[in-house]
Design a protein around this ligand. Structure first.
Ligand SMILES: [Zn+2]
Length: 81
């Protein structure tokens, strides 16, 4: 089965918590595949395991630091599957 589920979710900016509306794509097991940002003023933070969003006006470095604080420093290379 290659069926995907798409659902609307609200996620807070990883840096400041401002809410953004996302479409999150998951497979049938609920595993995160992709996300699409529906709100203006934000950007998706690339991540293999979960949808992350940040405001466009945060520097990439700020975003990386915030992600490391919340999820740990090795998030991009740390696949728990
Ligand atoms: Zn923000």
């Amino acid at each position: 089965m290659t069926t995907k589920h798409t659902k609307g979710e609200t996620h807070g900016c990883i840096v400041c918590g401002k809410p953004y509306q996302l479409y999150v794509v998951c497979d049938v097991q609920g595993k995160f595949i992709d996300a699409k940002l529906m709100s203006a003023g934000g950007k998706l933070v690339p991540n293999p395991t979960r949808p992350l969003v940040a405001c466009e006006n945060h520097a990439d470095e700020q975003v990386e630091i915030a992600v490391a604080k919340v999820y740990g420093p090795h998030i991009n290379g740390d696949n728990e599957e």
